[in-house]
Design a protein around this ligand. Structure first.
Ligand SMILES: NC(=O)c1ccc[n+]([C@@H]2O[C@H](COP(=O)([O-])OP(=O)(O)OC[C@H]3O[C@@H](n4cnc5c(N)ncnc54)[C@H](O)[C@@H]3O)[C@@H](O)[C@H]2O)c1
Length: 316
């Protein structure tokens, strides 16, 4: 008897939430106000992190920048300050180091306050075929791209839970929803980051902390330099995205409290097809979209086998 009642309740909820989602596709969603919120962005020293910092500052948020690259971080700080009467704080922090994350997090709590929007954005990419990928780069990619999310969330989530107020943002990737050749370590970290954020979303909802929101972002290639050299076979289908466009879409997703955001939207289609199609058809789709040659001319930001930015890009 219980099974029948439970199943009917479940189906009723499905119908209700499906209709709700459909209605919200037509009616514009209410956007939340982030003025006065303390927004911490890891990897704020360049690319997407920098762009997001500027956007949040113009929305009246208090911006906290973390980056391993002190110069880049200070440059973002300067650019944010150009926006006028804004509050911005920059900290040098290697997110891959647990003790460093906890130490700098304590400093932020003391000097700025409790972080209410946490954007896990810092990332690195190796960009080599699996057997050419150095072991230390595999470990480093995991440490920066996903394990750091555990440390930052451990540091800032307790205050969010206490207040039942906050927002966790995970910058994953299209490579976090579909595997990509030449990106085995990167792709694995992005799947893991997605899985971590989604699991935490369920966990927070089950303990009724429904005012702590989760947003998982999965962008395709962005013109930030991280994937320099990569080409899109059919840009009309999968264009290489502008940094400003992606940042605006991420801000929209956060303000509308969306859980998932894939950019461009057409990439969602790849995910549906992947689950619906035979594996050989998925392979054909990947080849059609240029998966075979996607990484062939990859240069990226890093010198081979090191974690240092190329010297000419250090002061971007
Ligand atoms: N560029 C793309 O095509 C693309 C596509 C999908 C997802 N993403 C993701 O977007 C995020 C931002 O990437 P981006 O394109 O702006 O690249 P980026 O290289 O411009 O920015 C990454 C930032 O992370 C910082 N960082 C690296 N290691 C760090 C560490 N240990 N501790 C603290 N900071 C560290 C870097 O110094 C840099 O400022 C990344 O997570 C990336 O994986 C990028």
């Amino acid at each position: 008897m219980y099974v029948i009642v439970d199943t009917i309740q479940f189906l009723g909820k499905c119908l209700y939430y499906f209709s709700e989602a459909f209605i919200f596709k037509i009616i514009p969603l209410k956007r939340k106000d982030v003025a006065g919120e303390i927004v911490l962005i890891t990897g704020g020293g360049s690319g997407l992190g920098r762009e997001l910092a500027i956007h949040f500052a113009t929305l009246g948020s208090i911006v906290v920048l973390w980056d391993i690259n002190e110069e880049g971080n200070m440059e973002t700080c300067r650019l944010v300050k150009e926006k006028g009467d804004v509050k911005v704080f920059a900290y040098t922090c290697d997110c891959s180091k647990r003790q460093e994350v906890y130490k700098v997090a304590a400093q932020v709590r003391e000097e700025v306050g409790d972080v209410t929007i946490l954007i896990n954005n810092a990332g690195i990419v190796t960009g080599k075929p699996f057997l050419d990928t150095p072991d230390d780069m595999i470990e480093k990619s995991f440490a920066v791209n996903v394990i750091s999310h555990f440390w930052t969330c451990k540091a800032f989530l307790p205050a969010m839970i206490e207040a039942n107020h906050g927002h966790l943002v995970c910058i994953s990737s299209v490579a976090g929803i579909i595997g990509i050749n030449g990106l085995t370590d990167y792709s694995a970290t992005k799947f893991a980051a997605f899985g971590f954020a989604e699991s935490l979303f369920f966990e927070l909802n089950l303990i009724k902390k429904t005012n702590i929101k989760t947003t998982i972002i999965c962008p395709y290639l962005i013109k930030t330099g991280m994937f320099d050299g990569c080409v899109s076979k059919y840009p009309f289908l999968l264009p290489i995205l502008e940094q400003k466009y992606v940042a605006q879409k991420i801000i929209d997703a956060i303000l509308e409290e969306k859980v998932y955001c894939t950019l461009p939207k057409v990439a969602d289609f790849m995910l549906y097809l992947k689950h619906l199609m035979a594996p050989k058809m998925t392979l054909a789709m990947v080849k059609y979209l240029g998966g075979e040659t996607f990484m062939a001319s990859f240069k990226g930001r890093m010198k081979p086998n090191t974690l240092q930015p190329k010297t000419e890009e250090k002061h971007q």
